[in-house]
Ligand binder design. Structure first.
Ligand code: CDP
Ligand code: MG
Length: 756
């Protein structure tokens, strides 16, 4: 991996900060995203986001003359689709031609695997067919999605097709947002939501059919659900399970469910001409921009879809594209066709996401710049050109450091093919791969590594424990996660006090399960109960659950930093978040107040929704909303009790080292603790962001004795010689006991494995 790709991003950001007429860019880009994009990420984050770029080389631009011939015909096709009402379009989907056979197979089997090209109608039509076939008389038809965006947008689409209100007959549920009612019969939800529902009702009695959509994505929750579904299928004969998948894993899913039949939806796709870069490209943002401009100027109509890895790259690409279109207009003085530049990534607000589905005005070409969200979960019609950088972001857990990091990786061959396929939905298309054919053949993995094998499993282990899966290796995983990751997760839960010495849930653990939160966040909340500061911690957790509310536009960084400093509570970024939220409340949640203080009103509103959901759960649990204000020490103790594994000790100005693993970590310049005269010797932080430096995200100063008291497995206070020895001996004993238990567990698991 080289860091060369960041050069362009940096250059653009420099230009952006010089360019005072930023607004003009967004007008140019054809969208009013100025207030959403440019969200306060640091230069370093941008660097990391674009860190993966292959070595030198030039992308080759090949013209594709076939277009002029085929386009006329295919334009007709898409015009036709556009001119039909939404309620009429479904008849033209590939799945419609096999509707009756498909329903027959569902009637005859309890589990089926449905395979079909993206866009064939699986997600929007299957649920409706099941409803039409009478299944909803006996319960809800549920459909899981690995992504929140997909769950929302598909539910909206289906409610339109059925001509009902969203949230009525057709609804959706994602974490912290439930758009369903007692009338809901078709429910789209994230797989995480369904997984949580199995806690309350292990047999999912209210569902008659579950469609596990996009199963090939192998998200963490989908993989866990597979094991749970297998049990439900065995217990409930009135229950049906439909697994939909790209061709990739169909066989594997079928085998997992005892050779369930595989139903193929005949494809209706057009050939895609794939062009490779002759040499590895040095800067894929730059290369993609060039390629898109070439297509825009020289190729026949048809929209462009560019795959980037994340928000920053997408912003940089959009910016650069808009700039080049403008340059072209001013240098040629000719009419350049309009290019509608549309970003899409999961953190983009829903109303702006919806823009990618709108038809461009006549004569204009859409250029959608997306993360891998557009690979399978969203279907956009009218794409004739795909530009594939060959990279995507993946969350990867490093068990040795005990942290998750979103990192850029080359995509798999299966994902690359899926990306290319997006160009062949409306007519024959072209895919420009910004990597060499040899990289495709020799360097890319055939298929992606399932999430369960690469992420932090604390949350999953907690859930499975509460589902009484005592020996985690007994659990029927399609692909079991590495043992080291399971043991690490168990250790972390034990350290937090959620598991006891024999690996069973403690009272605290059982309480933690009730909250749809990462275990350490749930621990803060419950410590808040014990210490009497629930009101404060629930706000802090809500603010941590949404993207940063601090708006740092690149051209007004200093001004916005000054505005943010007014909220600082010098000993804690967590408390600073609390302060922001409190003041927003005191100003009646006003949007203009947010603008004046460089805060994202949407983020605050989302935090308010999250907060109200958490407060509801607290009420159900009979936990009163206690407050300790203005004693902030209590809140810091609650935070310390859950994040002592992320404790760091001061080494130099703004420089710390992690107390456990010695990893260097830095205070971020935007932190309340930075340069405020409060150079605390010890801090705990929410998470570490790996960029050019290791930055602590959201830090709070803590007292060393709190660490010893709340995290005795890691910390002790140095005492006089004798008591120190005594202390050491005790800790050693504890450590040995723990290791012995772990060893026994390991043996047990190994034994179970052998027996399997
Ligand atoms: O799930 P699958 O990829 O097989 O297809 P789908 O998501 O059911 O999409 C079927 C059709 O519905 C696509 O051709 C899209 O044009 C359309 N659709 C849409 O217009 N808006 C959405 N939010 C979802 C689908
Ligand atoms: Mg789908």
């Amino acid at each position: 991996i080289s860091r060369k790709g960041s050069a362009l991003v940096r250059e653009i950001h420099e230009k952006q900060s010089k360019n005072k007429s930023r607004q003009r860019f967004w007008e140019l880009a054809g969208s009013r995203l100025g207030d959403v994009l440019g969200v306060g990420k640091t230069e370093e984050q941008i660097d990391a986001d674009t860190a993966a770029v292959v070595e030198d080389g030039e992308v080759n631009f090949k013209e594709d003359s076939r277009f002029s011939q085929h386009l006329k015909k295919d334009e007709d096709v898409s015009d036709f689709a556009q001119s039909k009402t939404i309620a009429e379009q479904w008849q033209y989907l590939p799945i419609y031609s096999v509707r009756d056979e498909l329903l027959q197979v569902v009637r005859e089997n309890q589990v089926i695997v449905v395979v079909g090209e993206t866009g064939s109608g699986k997600t929007t039509q299957l649920t409706q067919y099941l409803h039409e076939d009478g299944y909803t008389i006996n319960g809800i038809v549920g459909c899981t999605q690995p992504r929140r965006v997909a769950a929302m947008s598909v539910a909206k689409r289906v409610s339109e097709e059925m001509e009902t209100e969203l949230g009525g007959k057709v609804g959706y549920a994602i974490r912290f947002e439930d758009m369903t009612s007692c009338n809901t019969i078709i429910k789209y939800m994230t797989d995480g939501v369904l997984l949580r529902e199995t806690l309350a009702e292990s047999n999912l009695e209210k569902y008659c059919v579950i469609v596990m959509d996009e199963a090939h994505e192998r998200s963490l929750s989908t993989d866990v659900l597979f094991g749970i579904m297998k049990k439900i299928v065995a217990l409930r004969h009135d229950f049906k399970l439909i697994v939909t998948s790209a061709t990739l894993n169909a066989e594997k899913f079928s085998n997992f469910f005892g050779s369930a039949p595989i139903f193929h939806i005949p494809g209706r796709t057009f050939p895609v001409n794939t062009l490779y870069s002759k040499t590895p490209c040095e800067d894929y943002v730059e290369a993609a921009v060039k390629q898109a401009m070439t297509i825009h100027i020289t190729s026949p109509p048809g929209d462009i879809l560019i795959f980037m890895t994340g928000q920053d790259e997408i912003e940089a690409t959009c910016y650069s594209l808009a700039e080049r279109v403008e340059q072209l207009i001013s240098s040629t003085h000719k009419a350049v066709p309009k290019l509608l530049i549309l970003p899409i990534y999961s953190q983009l607000p829903a109303d702006l996401q919806a823009k990618i589905f709108e038809k461009a005005e006549d004569g204009a070409r859409k250029c959608i710049v997306a993360t891998n969200i557009a690979e399978t979960s969203l279907t956009i019609d009218g794409i004739f050109y795909v530009i594939d950088t060959g990279y995507g972001k993946m969350k990867v857990y490093n068990p040795r450091m005990g942290l998750d990091a979103l990192q850029v990786f080359p995509v798999s061959r299966a994902a690359a093919d899926q990306r290319a396929g997006r160009a062949g939905r409306t007519g024959p298309g072209t895919c420009h791969r910004l990597y060499t054919e040899s990289a495709y053949l020799n360097e890319m993995l055939p298929s992606p590594v399932p999430e369960i094998q690469r992420t932090n499993l604390s949350y999953v282990v907690l859930l499975l424990k509460s589902l009484k899966v005592d020996n985690l290796l007994d659990f029927d995983f399609i692909d079991p996660p590495p043992q080291e990751n399971i043991l690490n997760a168990m250790y972390h839960l034990w350290v937090l006090g959620a598991l006891d010495n024999v690996g069973s849930l403690t009272d605290l653990g059982w309480k933690m399960v009730e909250f749809p939160l990462d275990p350490p966040l749930a621990k803060i909340l419950l410590m808040g109960e014990r210490l009497g500061c629930i009101n404060e911690v629930v706000t802090i957790i809500s603010m941590l659950s949404v993207p940063s509310v601090f708006f740092r536009p690149k051209d007004r960084i200093e001004e916005s930093d000054v505005a943010h400093e007014k909220f600082f509570i010098p000993e804690s970024d967590h408390l600073t978040l609390y302060n922001v939220y409190q003041q927003w409340e005191q100003h009646d949640h006003r949007g203009d107040w947010c603008n004046d203080h460089f805060l994202h009103v949407k983020g605050l509103q989302k935090a308010r929704e999250v907060r109200s959901q958490l407060v509801d759960i607290l009420k159900q649990q009979n936990i009163p909303l206690t407050s300790c204000w203005p004693d902030t020490d209590i809140v810091r103790r609650a935070i310390c009790s859950a994040y002592f594994h992320n404790a760091a000790r001061l080494k130099g100005v703004g420089e710390y080292v992690n107390c456990r693993n010695g990893m260097p970590c830095h205070l971020h310049p935007s932190s309340a603790l930075y340069g405020m005269g409060c150079i605390s010797e010890y801090v705990v932080y929410h998470e570490l962001i790996l960029t050019t430096k290791e930055y602590m995200q959201c830090a709070t100063a803590v007292e060393p004795q709190w660490l010893a008291e709340l995290g005795p497995m890691y910390f002790s206070i140095k005492r006089s010689e004798t008591s120190l020895l005594e202390h050491k001996r005790k800790r050693m004993e504890e450590k040995l006991a723990m290791e012995e238990e772990m060893e026994n567990l390991r043996k047990e698991q190994a034994k179970a494995e052998r027996e399997n």
